[in-house]
Ligand binder design. Structure first.
Ligand SMILES: Nc1nc2c(ncn2[C@@H]2O[C@H](COP(=O)(O)OP(=O)(O)OP(=O)(O)O)[C@@H](O)[C@H]2O)c(=O)[nH]1
Ligand SMILES: [Mg+2]
Length: 330
């Protein structure tokens, strides 16, 4: 199983500046040339940058030190040392960069290609040519380069999705995601198949596209850590709309919906105030005559019965998603 990493601490060290050079001009027949030691180059900076192609932080290693290159030493003949190369650590959009020592947020990288400098490279030392003066014609010293900044940072991923699928385990959330997006999550007939959030993209003919997140199932007491808990809800904290997915064969749908809502609410009241729609999944398993009663029991006009397995009514889903997205924009 691919490991999903949503929070990781790493160390970052920018490059140190190169040392200034101590050198004297030497040429045939000119025995005592002046100082010509060049300056050292600047150390490379270290950036964290959002990259839309990434979905998780699993390419990074906990506690590893990531280093940018040091600046090169200066040299004789007033040659300036080369600057060290910057290092860019790529992360998925939605990653927050926090200074691990102070707990202060350094950046919230939501937009693709947005970046922040997390450690600045040290400047290069001056070569001895710099120190030549009327009182010291032959300085025999140079400056060392300044050390690069170093710190520990925590990268905290809050996936950016437009729509979140929420439901009890086994309701068919992942099946729906696999039907409407390019995602191919694991689907199985037992609870807690989904252990890590899955993300898929829907592209509409209108040209718009949005990302749908499928998260692990929620059970009663999740806020107390039951099941897989609620910490993964951080991945849908910023969605624009929610799709509640209920297994229509369950007895008390209204109770289950309330349970989901109250678990979400204990995590964040923001979640339950988002636009939503309720999906009654697995209608292929029930007698159609009981469907109206099941729908009425929910006391809500926003209900779509469907079967992710047979595809019945699935064609109505994209339009509903469109309208939910519109709602938010209005
Ligand atoms: N008969 C029927 N089975 C379905 C339907 N949708 C999903 N299933 C089945 O229900 C089971 C659970 O589906 P998943 O998509 O893994 O459910 P989930 O909500 O993602 O489950 P967790 O990840 O465990 O929370 C699988 O065996 C699916 O094949 C449906 O419309 N009809
Ligand atoms: Mg699942």
């Amino acid at each position: 199983m691919p490991k999903f990493t949503d929070t990781i601490s790493i160390r970052v060290k920018a490059g140190s500046g190169g040392k200034g050079s101590v050198s004297f001009h030497r040429e045939k027949f000119i025995p005592k040339g002046g100082p010509d030691g060049g300056d050292g180059g600047k150390g490379g900076d270290l950036y964290v940058q959002a990259d839309i192609k990434l979905y998780n932080l699993s390419h990074l290693f906990k506690d590893r030190i990531y280093r940018a290159d040091n600046g090169k030493q200066g040299a004789g003949n007033n040659r300036h040392g080369g600057d060290g190369a910057d290092l860019i650590i790529k992360v998925p959009p939605g990653t927050q960069v926090v200074d691990a020592e102070t707990g202060q947020m350094m950046a919230d990288l939501t937009a693709d290609a947005s970046r922040c400098m997390v450690a600045e490279g040290g400047i290069g030392g001056k070569g001895n040519a710099f120190f030549k003066s009327s009182t010291n014609q032959t300085p025999r010293f140079s400056q060392p380069g300044m050390p690069g900044q170093e710190r520990r940072i925590t990268l905290d991923l809050k996936l950016i999705a437009d729509i979140g699928l929420v439901g009890l385990p086994n309701a068919g959330k992942s099946t729906i995601l696999s039907r409407i997006t390019n995602a191919r999550p694991k689907i199985a007939d037992y609870p807690f198949t989904t252990l890590i959030p899955n993300l898929g993209v829907i592209r509409r003919e209108s040209g718009s596209a949005y990302r749908v997140a499928d998260i692990p199932g929620i059970i009663e007491g999740a806020h107390r850590g039951q099941g897989l808990g609620l910490s993964f809800l951080q991945h849908i904290e910023r969605v624009k709309a929610l799709l509640f997915v209920l297994d229509v064969t369950l007895d008390d749908l209204d109770y289950n919906l309330k349970l989901l809502r109250s678990e979400l609410d204990t995590y964040s009241g923001d979640l339950t105030s988002k636009p939503y729609y309720i999906i009654l999944n697995k209608i292929d398993l029930i007698d159609k005559s009981v469907l109206p009663e099941k729908i009425n029991g929910l006391h809500d006009a926003r209900v779509l019965p469907l079967s992710a397995l047979t595809g019945e009514n699935m064609d109505r889903l994209p339009e509903i998603l469109d309208s939910l997205m519109e709602l938010k924009r209005a």
